[in-house]
Design a protein around this ligand. Sequence first.
Ligand code: NAD
Length: 497
Amino acid sequence: MASQEQAPLSESIPDTARNYVGGDWTEPTGGEAHPIENPATGESFATIHYSSASDVGDVVDTAAEAFDEWRRTPPVERIQYLFDLKHELEERQEDIAQALTREHGKTLAEARGEIRRGIENVEVAAGMPNMFREGSGVVEDVASDIDEQSIRQPLGVFAAITPFNFPAMIPLWFLPYALATGNTFVLKPSERVPLSSQLIFEAVDAVDFPEGVVNLVNGDAESVNALIEHPEVVGVSFVGSSPVARHVYESAAREGKRVQAQGGAKNYAVVTESASLPEVVPNVIGSVYGNAGQRCLANDVVVGVGDVYGDLREKLIEQATELTVGSGLDEGTDVGPLITGDSRERVLDLIDDAIDEGAELVLDGRDFDHPDLDGHFLGPTLLEGVTTDMEITQTEIFGPVLCLAEADDLDEAIEMVNSTRYGNASSIYTERGGEARKYRYEVDAGNVGVNVGVCAPMGFFHFGGRKESFFGDLHAQGEDAVNFYTEKTICIERWHQ
Ligand code: NAD
């Protein structure tokens, strides 16, 4: 079958990434054009210019000017824009999915699912007046004729800096909450996948927010640092790799700003003898190989406890072998390409090192060659005999690679789970409540799944990890987002007339 890659680009997909400042589209002025490549074909289909520090300064100044009026806009009016934004995003859902798949490589089904999860946060933030009410309070007569109240207030301009692997969802972890709480906002998306944000901002543009309330700046590390250093930026939300998360956390804190920085991950799943394998195996496969493994919630090390190992191994190999690798635009594809050739090389090196360290290659996807496409593909790969002293069990793989390990009992398995410097997520597969309870209690991870391999919290719950997976204290989404984007002011009142 001829690949749909040959189909002409939909007119709705922009061929260049522009900034959105004060309600206008502008061209970034930071030097040469960089190509945006389709990872399934290696072909460049759009370009991005990075912003200069002066572009970033203009964007932040514009957002700062818009703050006073936006802050004074009643929350019930602010959320009307979010209702409209939800509608505009839903209207564009398919266009965003097409752009997202072309620039990122994930399948259209994955792209659609991610957009839906992003819109969910717009819906949650549209309930902001109620969330404000829940986080505030008044106590009458704290002393005679004196009342005391706690009020939430916005702070100013917030910036969000986002990674390549969820180009539509992650910007929406932040944008709706920052706006609904009365702050103004600047998004700096990953320079590797800027087109999804272009379409999200076309939806923003259609909503007609007051000028300067919501802005987009394209760029790389230079733009990130300019945002952090700008005196009008009061806080920074970040998602990306741990070294950059740490850098953003430290430098924003040094500037006296609020910061929440979500970093990388290394997640394990544990399968116990009581687990129901017919349901478990497809769930594990989805967690490891979905999004081609490029997911901060992927459980890329799977530990079989006791006698379950043999059956689990056999069924995992069987189902991993059946996965179809190809372009995300082709309906039958299960596993798309990796984002760049360098990413693919990195994963290949990790596999080779693991073999050198004693792991056994059971399913080898290294030489996968697509008959029509010259993309950054890697076939599903499965290693067994991994131990926690290997690089591959301590480093985020971010590729379609499953590492199988064995443990004698649950205690040993939990020790393996907690052996890494990360703490983003972990899952247990069991039908015993006691095992699940022990796991939840003893595992050092911010998101724990019980018979769920991708435990991505709904928008009304917070989302964040522990250890080197998170720097800060208030997480993304839900009530934590409201706390992050507001200052709690105490007012003590006494009246004489
Ligand atoms: P990345 O750290 O390379 O880039 C993230 C953002 O930081 C981008 O916008 C980029 O422009 C900027 N950036 C890159 N280098 C910088 C530097 N030196 N100084 C300042 N800014 C810089 O991450 P990525 O490769 O785009 O994304 C993948 C990573 O994100 C993985 O580690 C994944 O686990 C993590 N991630 C974590 C979560 C989570 O919830 N914890 C969610 C999604 C992705």
